[in-house]
Design a protein around this ligand. Structure first.
Ligand code: AMP
Ligand code: MN
Ligand code: MN
Ligand code: MN
Length: 294
């Protein structure tokens, strides 16, 4: 059976493996349609794009943009953008330009917690991507404190609620969505099951987003059902993906989860109409589907 995954990371952002290693893994685990959606960079997608065909894989253009809505960080997946779009590339550059100084600030803040991290050492491990995020810091803290899990480390030192946290420079959703439109891309709210505030989810869905990611291996069934009702109510696309970073603690094992094929069919249909500026009325968005292994 063919498998589909529309949310994957590589070492071009905070994943552990390179775009080519990810293609190999996807091929070996039976995936034929995937999207590499690295954080705030097209590099993972662009590198894999050259080789995907050789691996028998359709690579859907993808990126995961860091944004915020009502003061809270939200992630927007974007599919089928035009890769040379100036506004999109400028936005991604703007977000990433602050990552280095932000990482230095967090490292500095962590001194008061008795955590001594070396920026140069961590930065060297990001390779050529130059993208440095909290995951890179978490891995280094884990080396210093192996008794803590990565989750513990985020809770104690890195998440938004801690005093060491420094936000990234990003744009609010109201600014990101028109840029996505300008790039010809489709916007999808990433992992909404992690947003605890149901009112915020409802507000987000009427802010002009095209779709919502519902099929994630870690979401609870009642949350999925709530999100499905929201998606139907607002006529939104439904997508899914594992948010795989190739971390040893990620569960379930990569390859045991697949997104229903109809999600990809709908995404393609939406793109074809959207590109031609047709009205979406009459586009058949199938809703009866279940992902592999649920
Ligand atoms: P950044 O873009 O630098 O703010 O880092 C955000 C990334 O940290 C996310 O994309 C996840 O990969 C990771 N992350 C956030 N929270 C957690 C957590 N509680 N456990 C593990 N990884 C996390
Ligand atoms: Mn990540
Ligand atoms: Mn995310
Ligand atoms: Mn992600």
């Amino acid at each position: 059976m063919n498998k589909i995954d529309l949310h994957l990371h590589t070492d071009q952002s905070d994943g552990r493996i390179s775009p080519l290693e990810l293609l190999t893994l996807c091929r070996d685990r039976g995936f034929k349609n995937i999207s590499i959606t690295d954080h705030d960079t097209l590099n993972g997608y662009l590198q894999a794009k050259k080789y995907a065909k050789d691996y028998g894989i359709e690579l859907i253009p993808g990126v995961e943009i860091s944004s915020f809505f009502l003061g809270k960080e939200v992630h927007i997946l974007v599919y089928y953008f035009e890769e040379n779009n100036q506004m999109l590339n400028q936005l991604l550059e703007m977000i990433n330009s602050s990552r280095i100084s932000r990482a230095r600030k967090i490292i500095n803040n962590l001194i008061s917690a008795g955590i001594g991290l070396n920026f140069d050492k961590i930065y060297a491990k990001t390779g050529k991507s130059g993208i440095i995020g909290r995951v890179h810091l978490a891995r280094e803290i884990n080396a210093l404190k192996p008794e803590l899990t990565i989750k513990d480390i985020f809770n104690r030192y890195l998440n938004e609620k801690t005093s060491y946290f420094v936000p990234k420079k990003t744009c609010p959703l109201e600014k990101v969505l028109p840029i996505v439109k300008n790039s010809g891309g489709i916007s999808v709210l990433a992992h909404p099951h992690r947003l605890k505030n149901k009112q915020m989810i409802s507000d987000l869905l009427i802010a002009g987003i095209d779709g919502i990611e519902i099929y994630c291996p870690t979401s609870a069934e009642h949350t999925r059902n709530f999100l499905l009702r929201q998606a139907y109510k607002h006529g939104l696309l439904i997508t899914g993906g594992s948010d795989f970073h190739c971390e040893p603690y990620e569960k379930p094992a990569f390859g045991s989860f697949s997104v229903p094929e109809i999600c990809l069919t709908n995404l393609r249909n939406y793109k074809n109409h959207y590109l031609r500026n047709d009205s979406l009325k009459g586009v058949k968005i199938e809703t009866k589907h279940r992902p592999y292994r649920y």
